[in-house]
Design a protein around this ligand. Structure first.
Ligand SMILES: CC(C)(COP(=O)(O)OP(=O)(O)OC[C@H]1O[C@@H](n2cnc3c(N)ncnc32)[C@H](O)[C@@H]1OP(=O)(O)O)[C@@H](O)C(=O)NCCC(=O)NCCS
Length: 214
C-alpha cells in the first residue's frame, strides 16, 4: 500500500532489504529464518510474494503537524535529528505463497518498537489485497497456539481456527493452530475487509493530519 498521507508505506521486498528483515526476524521469532531463506524466497520462489513496511517520514514541516505527545512523534524527532535524511526505517514485513486459489501466509512480523500501531494490519491487508489480485479465494496460515496477539490480528480479518498441527514448532514442540479466511471474494468478506481497512487508514491518518499547533 503506497499512500503519501500515511506514516507507513508497504512495498515489495528486495534483496537489499534482507539485512533489515533479518534484524527484525531475530527479535520476532525464536527460530529465525536466515538471510539465505529470504534471498531464496524473493529471487527463486515464483510462488512467493513478500512485502516490507517502512516508516514514511513526513517533511520537517509535517513533523509539526503530528500530535506532540505521541511516542510516534518522539521517534520521528529522534530520527529527524539523526541525520539519516534519505533512509526510511523498516518497521515490519510479511510474505505469502500462492498455490492455485490458496494464499498461505508464511511470515509476518513487526519491529517490537513499532507494535500496536496498526502495522501488522497494514501488512496483512496488503497481503490479502495481493492474494485477491492473484485470484486467491482462501488465505491460510499457521500460528503458535500460545500466540494470542497474532491470533487476535488474524481473527480481526476474518480468520477462523481450522485445525491443529501437533508439535509443529521445533524449538518447544508447540502445536500450530491452522487458521483460514475462507471465501475472501464473497460479498460478506469484502464488506468486513473494507470496513476494517477504512478504520485502520483513519487511525493511521490521525498521525499526520493534526493541524499545526502555533
Ligand atoms: C503479530 C504482530 C505481527 C502484530 O503486529 P502489530 O503491528 O503489533 O499489530 P497491530 O498493531 O496491527 O494490531 C492488530 C491487532 O492485533 C491484536 N493485538 C495487537 N497487539 C496486541 C496485544 N498486545 N495484545 C492483544 N492483541 C493484540 C489486536 O487485535 C489488534 O487490533 P486492535 O489494535 O484493533 O486491537 C506482532 O505482534 C509481531 O511481530 N509478533 C512477533 C512475530 C509473530 O508472532 N508473527 C506471527 C507469526 S504467525
Amino acid at each position: 500500500m503506497a499512500r503519501p498521507d500515511l506514516p507507513y508505506i508497504v512495498e515489495p521486498m528486495h534483496v537489499e532489504d534482507i539485512p533489515e528483515v533479518v534484524e527484525i526476524e531475530r527479535l520476532a521469532f525464536p527460530t529465525p529464518w536466515p538471510a539465505r531463506a529470504y534471498r531464496y524466497e524473493i529471487t527463486q520462489n515464483q510462488r512467493a510474494h513478500y512485502f516490507v513496511a517502512r516508516r514514511q517520514l513526513p517533511e520537517e514541516e509535517g513533523v509539526e503537524r503530528v500530535e506532540r505527545e505521541s511516542s510516534l512523534l518522539r521517534r520521528i524527532h529522534t530520527w529527524a535529528q539523526s541525520g539519516k535524511a534519505d533512509h526510511r526505517p523498516m518497521v515490519g514485513y510479511c510474505g505469502f505463497w500462492i498455490a492455485a486459489q490458496e494464499a498461505h501466509v508464511s511470515t509476518i512480523a513487526v519491529d517490537p518498537k513499532y507494535r500496536g500501531e496498526g502495522i501488522g494490519q497494514l501488512l496483512l491487508i496488503t497481503a490479502i489485497e495481493k492474494a485477491l489480485e492473484l485470484n486467491a479465494t482462501l488465505v491460510s496460515l499457521e500460528v503458535r497456539v500460545s500466540n494470542s496477539v497474532a491470533q487476535n490480528l488474524y481473527r480481526k480479518y476474518g480468520f477462523k481456527a481450522a485445525g491443529r498441527r501437533p508439535r509443529y514448532y521445533s524449538d518447544n514442540r508447540e502445536d500450530a493452530l491452522i487458521m483460514t479466511a475462507d471465501h475472501i471474494t464473497s460479498a460478506a468478506y469484502q464488506r468486513m475487509f473494507h470496513r476494517r481497512r477504512r478504520q485502520l487508514l483513519k487511525r493511521l491518518e490521525r498521525y499526520v493530519s493534526v493541524p499545526r499547533v502555533e
